[in-house]
Design a protein around this ligand. Structure first.
Ligand SMILES: [Zn+2]
Length: 141
């Protein structure tokens, strides 16, 4: 056994914790992006509901079709662009982390796409109110 002593490398598992932290930061940034656009379109108070493991933001405001579409798709589009830029412009060691988060960005936004496809079915005089549990739909008389 004396022959087995030449160390050729190590495997470090501590980096796994960065992935958890990265995912956590991603989820927070995602919800904050929804929130920023809700605030941009309305002064109504925002409610944040945390039901482990999901967190979602809602508002008492009624948004028109265009506004509601932007609110739903803003995180996947904006964070997606930021992550692609990070993959291109940061060091190679980070590429894997950003790629995982980019996958999370597209996979984790399932509810947002669903909302987008539902919104499209309604005419332009429709208003949407998302209380973070469900979306209530109104129509102009
Ligand atoms: Zn979302």
């Amino acid at each position: 056994m004396d022959r087995i002593k030449k160390k050729v490398g190590t495997i470090n598992y501590k980096k796994g914790q960065w992935f958890l932290l990265g995912c956590f930061c991603y989820i927070i940034s995602h919800e904050i992006t929804h929130l920023i656009f809700m605030k941009l379109f309305s002064r109504e108070k925002i409610n944040i509901s945390i039901k482990f493991p999901t967190i979602s933001v809602g508002s008492g405001a009624k948004f028109n079709k265009m506004q509601f579409t932007i609110i739903a798709l803003a995180p996947v589009v904006i964070l997606g662009c930021i992550l692609v830029l990070l993959i291109i412009f940061t060091k190679r060691n980070y590429t894997f982390l950003w790629t995982i988060l980019l996958i999370l960005n597209f996979a984790g936004s399932g509810g947002d796409y669903m909302q987008f496809f539902k919104i499209r079915e309604y005419p332009s005089n429709t208003y949407f109110q998302d209380n973070s549990d469900e979306t209530v739909i109104y129509q102009e008389q």
